[in-house]
Design a protein around this ligand. Sequence first.
Ligand SMILES: Nc1ncnc2c1ncn2[C@@H]1O[C@H](COP(=O)(O)OP(=O)(O)O)[C@@H](O)[C@H]1O
Ligand SMILES: [Mg+2]
Length: 318
Amino acid sequence: MPVSEENPNSPLEPAEGPAEHPDDPAAEGAAETPAETLTGNPAEKAAETRKSAARVPAAPPRILCVANQKGGVGKTTTAINLATALAAVGPRVLVIDLDPQGNASTGLGIPSAAREVGTYDVLLDGSAIDDAIMPTAVPNLSVMPATVHLLGAELELIDMERREFRLADALARHALGFDYILIDCPPALGLLTLNALVAADAVLVPLQCEFFALEGLSHLVKTIELIRAKFNPRLEIQGLVLTMYDKRNNLSDVVAADVRGYFGAKVYETVIPRNVRVSEAPSHGKPVLLYDLRCPGSQAYMSLASELLKREQTRAAA
Ligand SMILES: Nc1ncnc2c1ncn2[C@@H]1O[C@H](COP(=O)(O)OP(=O)(O)O)[C@@H](O)[C@H]1O
Ligand SMILES: [Mg+2]
């Protein structure tokens, strides 16, 4: 498969075929290549998604939250496309849209008019998670959409019981038929993001390759430490991912080197290139992997998924 034309010197490597989930009970059913999985009849895929979401795996899902209090760094893009790339190689994946803007829901093909029950209802009204989950056109991938009500949630949560634990409690209430849950956070460190961090096993931090990439990061790291000490001792940083890398801009290399110097091996080797196909895909209600599987952005997200699964395997074996 071609390495990025826009970014031939990047460490991008296309995924080498289906990566394995450590204890993925559906692994034997995952013989298709991502390309085969991502093409075909959407109705069949939706039915398959509903069917697979109903299967309950032996292990509880790994919950990863995509967080950075800065807006526009690639959180939603990463949540959507990493989830798609993971689902394409076997694991059953749920994206929880925790941003009132609802971009992850739209980008996964769920327009606001189609959303009835969503994250708000689960967090604030005690709705069952099953009632809020919708299938997407990607087999194995479901979404809990954000409805407009989520706009008021930050304020409404303040006076609620166990306000930091609402999402964690909801996720713990029932066995869920997913191997991975990815939470797309809003661009703030308010109660919504706090709920995500308290519910999560690990955080994935997208960093845009621009001058102020590291700005505010110490605050995020401190918040993660605080949450670990106070609410959620298992919380760890899964990794940092450099996004919107532009090989024509020297600054991208400077920033990438800076971030690697600071966070070392925590930074994924995969770098997500700036790629117009990635930014076009959401307006078609599709992950970029469905919109243009061969473009550099899709290849990069497949490579990121493969790296993430390797880290997960190493962690599980430790
Ligand atoms: N790799 C990329 N190449 C080109 N555009 C991108 C890329 N990643 C994200 N974008 C665009 O940048 C904007 C911000 O990305 P988004 O994922 O919404 O950030 P966040 O969720 O952190 O606010 C969006 O318009 C998105 O389409
Ligand atoms: Mg976003």
